[in-house]
Design a protein around this ligand. Structure first.
Ligand SMILES: [Ca+2]
Ligand SMILES: [Ca+2]
Length: 164
């Protein structure tokens, strides 16, 4: 084997090793694939954030914030429906305490892709001894040039266990 062939073999080995290292990173995809759930429809993506603790009201009751990021290609209007719940999966049948409903309509009437975050903050309910399991459900529809996608299926956020 001449010296040139050896170098070629080493180069191929190094390349294969690099591919072996990089492949799993590539397959993992964008960061949100392992994070908050998303809905993508009609050139828009809604990211359904985990409910978060958002301080206290003047009466000292804990506040919980339900936020959704909406990112759209240009010339679109997105409508988001949001429902917030306290979850009790251990009861049979599972009973969910419903906190309320919000609708957000956002225009993205620019030529480029852009994003906006909408949110609703309300008091944390106290439905049981111990923590409250908070979640939100979201659905999305998108209009462009007067054509609407119709509603996506509802999608749940991850559940956030919050002490009162
Ligand atoms: Ca519960
Ligand atoms: Ca409680």
């Amino acid at each position: 084997m001449n010296r040139f062939s050896k170098i070629k073999i080493y180069t191929v080995r190094i390349l294969l090793a690099a591919i072996a290292i990089l492949l799993p990173i590539g397959l993992a995809g964008p960061a949100h694939a392992v994070g908050e759930p998303t809905i993508s429809i009609g050139g828009c993506t809604a990211t359904i954030y985990d409910p978060t603790h958002a301080g206290f009201n003047s009466a000292g009751t804990k506040l919980v914030k339900f936020a959704v990021k909406i990112e759209c290609d240009g010339w679109r209007t997105a409508t988001i429906h949001q429902r917030a719940y306290e979850e009790d999966s251990e009861t049979n049948p599972p009973s969910w305490y419903y906190l309320g409903f919000k609708e957000y309509k956002k225009d993205f009437l620019v030529p480029w892709r852009s994003s906006e975050t909408v949110s609703w903050t309300t008091t944390l309910p106290n439905t049981e001894p111990g923590n409250e399991e908070m979640l939100q459900k979201v659905r999305l529809s998108v209009s462009k040039d007067g054509v609407n996608t119709g509603w996506s299926p509802w999608k749940n956020s991850r559940i956030q266990s919050m002490p009162n």
